[in-house]
Design a protein around this ligand. Structure first.
Ligand code: UDP
Ligand code: MG
Length: 322
């Protein structure tokens, strides 16, 4: 780690999905920071800014190739199709580790996260941290909807027993050792935010500011956010299934009471009185059953997908390929 400071080989991983509008702006900022890091002797000149094209449909890849031609320190890989943010950063991190990077830092390509916090990450790394989390100072720039859903989600995950670092986005540093450890998790449903705390190792925290997106639109659609949230829950906790079991037990207890009541009604000769009870029971039980089946189905489905052991991504192209 700290033995020879200037020799730290850093890969900054920037996932891009249809980011043609902002790539040049981001690259300019990243290059300025790169020069500063080199000048201050914080990283070696073998360090790279690695753009991961997550199967974009616009000119993203052409721009990355063009940037690569103009700047030696920029390189890129192109995934064979859109695999989502989590897989894209994972692909970038493992690629960086394979290229011999001592550490990798992941940051969104729109640079909403303050890229100038990178020296602070490196400082923690030199202090011997294998994992450094970026934690945002505030969520002021997020919409009310995103803020509340995120806070609720973190609370919910915590109640399910998954220790997430609060307010930590996917802006973090991992040493090569940590990337290799992460790579040994073979699940195809990657929820990196939950996996990284599982790794252990010495960790540190860096605070950073968030700004508004300068160009282009958010690529995290509601659907993508929902999938991420669901993946997080199902890959870290089977407590929802336990809740189903508990629900079944409670309903069973209620049915015992109903049974006794029915018998008493029968003895008293008032057996037809139960129409509302009957209707409510049918709908209530039907609802509970469908919901339970759905929850269990989520897990069975995921078990099925995981059991196939499918590859997580393919690299279609690298910059410099002809
Ligand atoms: N992204 C990606 N694949 C996707 C969706 C998003 O690689 O399928 C990237 C995107 O290019 C950006 C980062 O993930 O660099 C964060 O996305 P975005 O800024 O759109 O999300 P937001 O900041 O609105 O949460
Ligand atoms: Mg963004």
């Amino acid at each position: 780690m700290g033995e020879n400071e200037g020799s730290t080989k850093l890969y900054v991983v920037l996932p891009c999905y249809n980011e043609e509008a902002i790539l040049e702006i981001s690259a300019k900022k990243a290059l300025a920071l790169y020069d500063r890091l080199i000048k201050d002797g914080l990283v070696s000149d073998e360090s790279r800014l690695l753009f991961v094209d997550d199967g974009s449909k616009d000119r993203t890849w052409e721009i990355i190739e063009d940037l690569h031609k103009r700047h030696k320190c920029i390189c890129g890989i192109k995934l064979s199709r859109n695999r989502g943010h989590q897989i894209a950063i994972f692909a970038g991190m493992t690629y960086g580790a394979e290229q011999g990077a001592d550490c990798v830092i992941t940051i969104d390509a729109d640079l909403q996260q303050d890229i100038n916090a990178i020296p602070k990450f490196l400082e923690k790394y030199r202090e011997g941290c294998d994992i450094v989390y970026g934690v945002r100072n505030s969520r002021d720039t997020d919409s009310f909807f995103k803020k509340t859903t995120a806070t609720l989600y973190y609370k919910f995950m915590r109640s399910l027993g998954c220790e997430l670092i609060e307010q930590s986005a996917d802006y973090r540093l991992l040493s090569r050792k940590a990337v290799e450890a992460l790579d040994s998790y073979k699940e195809s449903n990657l929820f990196i935010r939950g996996l990284v705390p599982e790794l252990g190792f010495k960790t540190g925290i860096v605070y950073f500011d968030v700004s508004n997106r300068e160009a282009g639109e958010s690529k995290y659609t509601l659907k993508k956010m929902a999938t991420l949230a669901l993946n997080g829950i199902t890959s870290f906790s089977i407590r929802p299934i336990r809740i189903v079991t508990l629900m079944g037990f409670v309903v069973f207890l209620i049915s015992l009471v109903m049974m006794i009541q029915t018998v008493i009604d029968h003895i008293n000769g008032a057996a037809v009185r139960g129409y509302p009870t009957l209707m409510i029971s049918i709908w209530f039980l039907g609802g509970v059953q469908l919901l339970s089946l759905g929850i269990i189905g989520e897990y069975v489905g995921r078990t099925y997908m995981e059991s196939k052991n499918r590859p997580r991504y393919f690299i279609d192209k690298e910059t410099g390929d002809e």
